[in-house]
Design a protein around this ligand. Sequence first.
Ligand code: FMN
Length: 180
Amino acid sequence: MGVMNILVLQASPNLRGSTAILAEEFARGAREAGHKVTRVDVDRLSIAPCTGCVACGYEGPCVQRDDMDGLRKQILAADMLVLATPLYYYGMTAQLKTVVDRFCSANSSITGRRLRSALLTVAWNADDWTFDALEAHYNTLVRYLHWQDCGRVLGYGCGSTGMTRATGYPQAAYELGRGL
Ligand SMILES: Cc1cc2nc3c(=O)[nH]c(=O)nc-3n(C[C@H](O)[C@H](O)[C@H](O)COP(=O)(O)O)c2cc1C
C-alpha cells in the first residue's frame, strides 16, 4: 500500500482527552510512515441526526445542509477511516454514531471505496468484557461497509489522561500508525 490519505474521526468532546492522546499517537506513527493524516474533531462539527426520510434513496443528496456536506467529501476522498471514540455506555459516542448514521446518503459510495479502517478507543473499566459491544458493532460495520480492518487499540482502564499516559496504549496506537 502506498501513501494513504487517512481521516481520523476523533469523537470525544474532550479535545485533549484520552481519545485524543491515542489519535495523536496514531497520527504521529502514520505520518512517520509517510501517510497524510487529517484529524477531525467530530464534536465541534454541526451535524444533525439522520431523519430517516430516505429522500437520498441511500445514495444521493441529503436534504440536510450541515457540516456533513464537507465531512462526506473528506470521507470519500480518504483511503482509510479511523474511528476514535471514548466508550459511552458501552458504545461509541453519540457524536460518532450521528456521523455514521449520516453515511446513509453515500452508502454505496462509501462501501465501494473499500476503505481501510481502524478503531481507537478508551474506557474507564478494565473488565475483559468492557469493549464487547463496541467491538461487535465495529466488526459489523467493517463487514457491512466492506472495510479492511487494519487493527484496533482498546484502552482498558483509561479513565483519565493520567491513567492513559501510564498505560502502553498510546505506544500501541503509535505502532499501529507506524506499521501502516
Ligand atoms: C457519558 C459517559 C459515558 C461513559 N460510559 C462509560 C462506559 O460505559 N464504560 C466505561 O468504562 N467508561 C465510560 N465512560 C468513561 C470514559 O470512557 C473515559 O473517562 C474516557 O477516558 C473518556 O475519554 P476522553 O478523555 O477522550 O473524553 C463514560 C464517560 C462518559 C462521560
